[in-house]
Design a protein around this ligand. Sequence first.
Ligand code: XIL
Length: 329
Amino acid sequence: MEKTILDIICDTPIVVGTATKHREDPLYSDTRRSNFNMYTHEWSLKWKHVSPKPSQVHINKDAQAIIDAINNDNKKFKGHCILWHNDLPDWFHALGVQEKQTAMLNHVKSMMQMFKGKVYKWDVVNEAIADSTNDLRPMWKEVGGIDFIDKVFRVAHEVDPECTLVYNDYACTKINNKSNAIFNMLKTLKERGCPIHEVGLQTHEDGACMRHMWMESMKQNIARFYSIGLTSTISELDIRCHTFAGSLDEKLEKQADVYYRFFKAALSDLRACNEITLWNFTGKYTWVYDFFKVEPMYCPLPWDNDIKPTASYQAIKRALQEVVDGLMG
Ligand code: XIL
């Protein structure tokens, strides 16, 4: 039998996870089980979905099915995500500032409490920095800016001191104005003694960005976060290939090369980054076609729209095998 991702990484510190939705689809669940050692909810633990009514946490069918799969398949459980300016419950928008602060802190407490000891890592604050301004988004400014973010992490840590607490954002995997803004904010928080442990670099990328310099810049970015006491995780990886030159086959070959180099670069210092999560793993259930208006022939993930492995799957395994061989040697 051909080795899976999981066969390669088992007994190593490497985590390769996937975001997932619940589907009655045995090929989907079998492929997930035999390749990944961590699952995270793609949408169903977000605030809007768990709190249709104020001060309530209600785990819906999709969310519960994924929790069951995590337990049955014996996987690590990453929580995604507690506070985000998108997918807020409808009732939240009508609140005044103080009520919003209270609701947000209560939500942090309830989620941390509900999953205490089960979730090893939580995306506590998601996408607080706007790319248009490289400053905090209005929702965060309204409730008190960085002081409030500090408070949020402290409250989360108090409830579950064992849990790794993550700040997660997009368009910040390499060094640029946005990752500079995030770096400065997280550095300030660390200096204040805030219990924040990791930065999540989402990495919903266009293949055209994946030049050698891009990868080098990612390594430098991961290294600078590590220098202020934060590990990094590649938290939502998918690579759109429609902008590559050439025929469809050529685009997919180039995408495979990018996946190979990306895995090698991101995992080049496992103390600083030992975890990569795909944002779902098959074209069959990816958010990319809808959100980025990409034609479904350009699959951004290592399994195609029929859940068959692509060249990118082989490339990822080759990269992981080389990283693991490097650990042994
Ligand atoms: C996306 C999911 O993939 C979709 O299924 C959902 O409808 C909307 O959210 N940044 C994040 C993720 O942190 O939660 C988003 O996931 C993608 C962008």
